[in-house]
Design a protein around this ligand. Structure first.
Ligand code: NAD
Ligand code: MG
Length: 338
């Protein structure tokens, strides 16, 4: 079991007399900085001058500076640029500005855990990672609640790092729901495993395999799309609201029985063995090394796999069927980070 902290356990004042820079104004960045500002903290946003987000942040009443100026000004620097750009931004614009006793903060442990960023011993290194997308972190804060988060301390020079991490969690509203204490290793490894085996990798391949099975057997692609992709949302919503039992309770007895007797034939011992190998590759750094190299090379494999996905028949039929669903957000209305 992990330690959980709530509002009443946490003292905001350790953050009150600090100068806070949030680097990046995307999904997480805008939520952290606006919530902290509304909690009475002294904040600034660090962005590239060319960034489209600059105008947006200024329009929200925030002070915006270049990354290096914001990092120079601040004693707490939270890096909320994409994980694969953090090393470059850190080395070129942040590292030289860190003073002894400053705090470097993250919302995901990848770069620290896999030694891409090695801060000097004289700074505190912490993580505050909300378990939800930025727009939910902002919206629930405004509604008086919050999104649960993970907090972790990697390096504790001041002896106060955990208090600062908890104060940050309170400032963004997360201790209203609960802040769970973890470490950089567990957060990073479980996050990567989850997205590879279950959330992104596992679910996408399950959808494709189901769709292909029906289409190859001669059924219309429209029906295959509805059964194998579209309806997954209803099922996931039930998991999200009440776990596996809520799903079983809500579907028909036929679906429940068929699912419970057949699911174990899909996820076999072989699949579980593969999951263990995927986890091993996360733990021993093989995946991180591969991903870092892929980025260094300009993402060639990523590019090819993206194109392959875009050309899959399920994407063609989906595009057509989603025209019939006027409740869906149109693509140009989807959140796109600048
Ligand atoms: P994002 O892509 O939404 O936003 C990135 C921001 O960084 C944008 O404002 C972009 O303009 C800016 N940026 C990009 N390159 C830059 C550069 N060179 N210099 C300055 N600014 C630059 O990213 P995100 O999803 O908010 O992710 C940020 C961090 O939060 C990551 O570590 C991620 O793992 C973590 N995280 C994300 C989520 C989520 O749901 N999105 C949840 C928890 C943690
Ligand atoms: Mg994640």
């Amino acid at each position: 079991m992990v330690n959980v902290y709530y509002d009443t356990d946490v003292d905001l004042s350790v953050l009150q007399d600090k100068k806070i820079a949030v680097i990046g104004y995307g999904s997480q960045g805008h939520a952290h900085v606006l919530n902290l500002r509304d909690s009475g903290m002294n904040v600034r946003v660090g962005l590239r001058p060319s960034s489209l987000s600059c105008g947006e942040a200024e329009a929200a009443g925030l002070k915006v500076a270049t990354v290096s100026k914001a990092a120079d000004w601040a004693n707490v620097v939270m890096i909320l640029v994409p994980d694969q750009t953090q090393k470059k931004v850190y080395e070129e614009e942040i590292a030289a500005k860190l003073k002894p006793g400053d705090t470097l903060a993250f919302a995901h442990g990848f770069n620290i855990h896999y030694d891409q960023i090695t801060p000097p011993e004289s700074v505190d290194v912490m993580m505050v990672a909300p378990k939800g997308p930025g727009h939910l972190v902002r919206r629930s804060f405004e509604n008086g609640s919050g999104v649960p988060c993970l907090i972790a301390v990697h390096q504790d020079f001041s002896g106060q790092t955990k208090e600062v991490a908890l104060a940050w969690a309170k400032g963004i509203g997360s201790t209203r729901a609960g802040a769970l204490e973890t470490n950089f290793k567990d957060e990073t490894e479980t996050d990567l495993f989850g997205e590879q085996a279950v959330l992104c990798g596992g679910s996408a391949e399950l959808i494709k395999a189901g769709f292909e099975t029906l289409v190859e057997a001669g059924y219309p692609a429209e029906l295959a799309y509805f059964e194998c992709l579209h309806e997954l949302k209803l099922i996931v919503d039930l998991y999200y609201e009440g776990g596996l039992s809520r799903m079983n309770y809500s579907v028909s007895d036929t679906a429940e029985y068929g699912g419970m007797t057949r699911g174990t034939k899909i996820i076999t011992d072989e699949t579980r063995e593969e999951m263990k190998r995927i986890l091993k590759n996360v733990q021993n750094g093989t995946f991180a090394e591969e991903w870092i190299k892929e980025n260094r090379d300009g993402q060639p494999l990523m590019e090819r796999l993206r194109t392959e996905t875009e050309n899959h028949p399920i994407e063609k039929i989906g595009l057509k069927l989603r025209q019939m669903m006027d409740w869906l957000p149109s693509n140009d209305k989807l959140e796109t980070p600048a």
